[in-house]
Write a protein that binds this ligand. Structure first.
Ligand code: SF4
Ligand code: SF4
Length: 191
């Protein structure tokens, strides 16, 4: 089953297959996505600038070419065994941070297997709506990332300063992009 939780650019998708993920108990969180420019802007727009700076200082997030990279760690209690690494924010009950602090991908992505399990190929309405929401968000966040990458490399050819001012700029840019896409995001808003 697929469940779609509409919230504009913060829309979330849930899939029952995830609780018995064919990839293993850690599911997608074994290979966390990047926290890309638009994701950083989204997190800042939701009040998370200070949190991002704290996580960078703690080493859980580190600068990369397209934004921030999530630290991958061996699971707690592995007792020195070589268990597969996973996202630093993954715990025994799943993700330990709220959706407002996650990359958008963490909120809207489910894999093709999960869509198929949820009935996409049988025409299940929630699965089909979920697929449409997923595709819209992939397109919007992808376009925002391309635009932001161009502007960042033009303004900071040696890399951005990673200070509060830069994060706040990304937050404003996210809000600007979301306002421009208001009509498309409205289709992802509840009733
Ligand atoms: S989306 Fe797919 S790969 Fe990711 S946790 Fe769910 S079932 Fe596993
Ligand atoms: S932030 Fe949460 S949902 Fe995203 S990869 Fe890490 S544990 Fe998984």
């Amino acid at each position: 089953m697929i469940r779609l939780e509409l919230a504009g650019g913060h829309t979330r998708l849930h899939a029952t297959l995830c609780s018995a993920c064919p990839q293993g108990p850690t599911g997608c969180c074994a290979s966390p996505p990047g926290v890309e420019w638009s994701d950083i802007g989204k997190i800042v727009s939701l009040g998370g600038a200070g949190w991002l700076l704290e996580q960078m200082a703690a080493g859980n997030l580190r600068p990369g070419r397209r934004g921030l990279l999530l630290l991958r760690v061996a699971p707690e209690g592995s007792g020195g065994q070589a268990l597969p690494k996973r996202c630093v924010f993954h715990g025994p009950e799943g993700c330990t941070i709220p959706p407002s602090r996650r990359a958008a991908t963490c909120n809207y992505y489910v894999c093709d297997d999960a869509f198929a399990h949820g009935g996409e190929l049988r025409g299940n309405a929630e699965a089909l709506a979920g697929r449409r929401a997923h595709d819209t968000l992939v397109e919007l966040y992808g376009a925002w990332d391309i635009e932001l990458a161009d502007r960042i490399s033009a303004s900071w050819p040696d890399g951005p300063p990673w200070d509060r001012g830069f994060l706040d700029w990304l937050g404003r840019e996210y809000d600007r992009g979301a306002a421009k896409a208001a009509a498309r995001l409205a289709a992802l808003s509840p009733g």
